[in-house]
Design a protein around this ligand. Structure first.
Ligand SMILES: Nc1ncnc2c1ncn2[C@@H]1O[C@H](COP(=O)(O)OP(=O)(O)OP(=O)(O)O)[C@@H](O)[C@H]1O
Ligand SMILES: [Mg+2]
Length: 257
């Protein structure tokens, strides 16, 4: 087996019996799940089932209270979101962490601004021209059009904001993109654009973990579906052969093993 073959079949990310508690509240119990390169895994479940908690473990926001994670075959124990990004895992959280007053280009680089040396004073200054150019290029990859990188994010539509959050994740050349309810605030056309984008990423070999309440979303793009119920993994299914109604039924009836 060649290295490339092995890379394709081995999981990128593995969760091995992870648990997460917030003080007395048990959000996740004994969850084991693997995601491969170029695979789209849908994560579904009722409100409070633990979906965002799982996202936060993967994103390095919280640490598991039991169990372990592996990334590309090695122990993965991020101490914070920066560790996750540097490993190649980018996350778009349920409530987008964008700065509404700052322009689009600055939002893309928030916390990772490009700098250059000032010719006049020899000081480090923000390389605005470079960031504007890179922002334009990153956004051009997406189906959702953002008209102007100089516009404050607060003036954009929900779909355009989602595009900014996605472009920011893509700047890191992530190998896994985690999206928590990316279409919750979107219209029909924008939702279709996000689906197109997910298919495009999959085509580039990027893995996607998609959390969504929208069963149509999940069956439209996922290869496999994982169902959380009260913090436990209640079912994992191939998406082929599932439609939105069947999946909704599974969410309601699947019992944790
Ligand atoms: N910071 C926190 N402190 C205490 N409890 C929390 C915290 N965050 C989540 N929880 C609890 O953990 C459980 C799982 O919450 P989580 O946000 O992961 O669910 P979810 O599946 O993402 O729900 P939703 O579909 O509403 O987004 C819930 O009981 C929730 O009340
Ligand atoms: Mg959530």
């Amino acid at each position: 087996m060649s290295g490339a073959d092995r890379g394709a079949s081995e999981p990128l990310l593995e969760l091995d019996r992870v648990a997460l508690s917030y003080g007395p509240v048990r959000a996740l119990t004994d969850v084991s799940l693997a995601i491969r390169a170029g695979e789209v895994v849908g994560l579904v479940g009722d409100n409070g089932a633990g979906k965002s908690s799982l996202v936060k473990l993967v994103a390095g926001v919280h640490r598991p209270t039991a169990g372990a994670m592996r990334w590309q075959g090695r122990v993965y124990a991020p101490r914070g979101p920066r560790d996750a990004l540097e490993a190649g895992i980018a996350t778009i959280h349920q409530h987008l962490a964008l700065a509404p007053r700052l322009p689009v280009w600055h939002n893309l680089f928030l916390g990772a601004e490009r700098v250059r040396r000032s010719v006049l004073f020899g000081l480090s200054v923000l390389d605005v021209a470079r960031m504007r150019e890179e922002a334009k290029r990153a956004l051009a990859r997406l189906a959702i059009r953002v008209p102007d990188v100089d516009r404050p994010v607060g003036e954009l539509s929900g779909g355009q904001r989602q595009a900014v959050a996605i472009a920011r994740a893509l700047l890191w050349n992530a190998r896994l993109l985690v999206m928590d309810e990316p279409t919750a605030a979107l219209g029909v056309r924008e939702t279709e654009e996000v689906r197109t984008l997910i298919r495009g990423l999959k085509g580039e070999g990027v893995a996607v973990l998609l959390v969504s309440h929208d069963m149509q979303d999940v069956v439209a793009v996922a290869d496999r579906v994982a169902v959380l119920r009260k913090g436990r993994l209640a079912a994992v299914r191939e998406a082929a052969g599932l439609d939105a109604d069947r999946l909704a039924h599974l969410v309601m009836t699947a019992e944790a093993a």
